[in-house]
Design a protein around this ligand. Structure first.
Ligand code: CU
Length: 68
């Protein structure tokens, strides 16, 4: 299992947190996403070689938040 941290701007409450978590976990190959509102970081656990991080960022963008 590989891990990556993506910084995301625009999340302000638990609603945002859940939306981003669900969107990221819906990406094929992602096992788990933990969203930290304070640090604005999304920690992703995924199957190595099966996930393109650009796809994850695109999924985040589709929910209306801005991955950096
Ligand atoms: Cu919110």
């Amino acid at each position: 299992m590989a891990q990556e941290i993506i910084k995301v701007e625009g999340m302000s409450c638990m609603h945002c947190q859940l939306r981003v978590k669900k969107a990221v976990e819906a990406v094929e190959g992602v096992k788990r996403a933990d969203v930290n509102l304070q640090t604005k970081q999304v920690t992703i656990e995924y199957e190595e070689g099966k996930v393109n991080l650009e796809d994850v960022k695109a999924a985040i963008r589709e929910t209306g938040y801005e991955p950096l």
